[in-house]
Write a protein that binds this ligand. Structure first.
Ligand code: FAD
Length: 303
């Protein structure tokens, strides 16, 4: 029997024993036994067939910009598309894009071509696949507004799934219920517009992000979802957590819904702040805040 490593090497590029901290914007996480970059569609289909047949645990990671990985080793395979699945094809006011492409790079490319619709996404540091999975959004817009259809690898087949079948809602999609489906690409419907007006909107938003978010420290963006009719950061402020530190993790002074990695934080430092905030939330308000970021490789990991 060939080793899993050899089989993966036949499909794509493989890294052994790579820290998850090098694959996440948080710069936190234990060592992943295998990381594979499938080279093409056939390799990707083979990879998923192999992992499913051999019942090997796996996780698709885009840019890891929404993940808090535990400090534990991960005895499975991380599948990454951001090396070989990064092509984009423009046709008139539509763009077809592979899932591993950077959302920020795509937003800027659309701007240069005078295509409007992705201005909201120009500061979201993930891949296109991760953005579809999360229905990422900002400034009251989200991916669901520009997606026409999504190319999905499921049950060994590539299917185009129409927007209406993607179950998009606030930061959620049908893909979250089907972690075994792989988002391979997307077709977006954009609008022709004027390059200068797109550029000025992007620049205005960039300035707003720079002014309000602690972008000089590793993080995974907003930690909690906004509860119905309110803002997570306000509750966190009211509980007195702005600036609170545990180990190397800190509730940002600039934006209290960001927990930043200020000094080699452990995943457990971040979790201890999260648990403490929610303990106090429950006591004071009778409910807890739901996570917007995702926990990965934790025992009984639950959002
Ligand atoms: C500084 C900062 C600012 C941010 N601002 C915003 C914001 O304004 N709005 C917002 O919505 N988010 C924001 N985020 C969070 C994050 O960037 C988004 O959630 C992003 O869409 C995650 O993409 P990713 O490729 O990094 O996904 P990852 O974090 O790598 O993965 C997230 C989930 O998607 C799944 N996934 C990824 N790719 C695929 C695929 N091809 N097929 C199937 N499943 C897949 C993963 O398995 C995982 O469950 C911010 C993060 C940071 C660090």
């Amino acid at each position: 029997m060939r080793l899993l490593e050899d089989k993966l090497r036949a499909i794509g590029e493989v890294d052994l024993n790579r820290p998850l901290g090098t694959m996440t914007t948080y710069r936190i996480g234990g060592i992943a036994k295998y990381t594979v970059y499938p080279k093409d569609m056939l390799g990707l289909a083979e990879c998923m067939r192999l992992l499913n047949e051999e019942k090997v645990p796996y996780k698709v990671i885009g840019k890891g910009s929404n993940l808090l990985c535990s400090d534990d080793p991960y005895d499975g395979v991380v599948v990454r598309l951001d090396r070989f699945f990064i092509d984009t094809y423009f046709e008139d006011d539509k763009v077809v894009c592979e899932a591993g492409a950077s959302l920020i790079a795509l937003s800027y490319e659309c701007m240069k071509r005078g295509l409007s619709g992705l201005e909201f996404a120009s500061g979201i540091p993930g891949t296109v696949g991760g953005a579809v999975f999360m229905n990422a959004g900002a400034y009251k817009s989200s991916m669901s507004e520009v997606i026409e259809e999504v190319l999905v690898l499921r049950d060994g087949r590539f299917d185009w799934v129409k927007n209406e079948e993607c179950g998009f809602a606030y930061r959620s999609s049908v893909f979250q219920e089907h972690p075994e489906w792989l988002i391979v690409g997307v077709r977006l419907q954009l609008e022709k517009s004027d390059v200068d007006s797109i550029r000025s909107l992007i620049e205005e938003r960039r300035a707003r992000r720079m002014a309000t978010q602690p972008l000089d420290y590793p993080s995974c963006g907003s930690v909690f979802r906004n509860p119905e009719g309110g803002f997570a950061w306000k509750y966190i402020d009211e509980l007195g957590y702005r600036g609170k530190t545990v180990g190397g993790a800190k509730v940002s002074e600039k934006h209290s819904n960001f927990i930043i990695n200020v000094d080699h934080a452990k995943a457990s430092d971040v979790m201890s702040l999260i648990d403490s905030i929610n303990h106090d939330m429950e006591e004071r308000y009778g409910f807890v805040l739901k996570l917007e970021m995702e926990k990965f490789n934790w025992p009984n990991s639950k959002k």
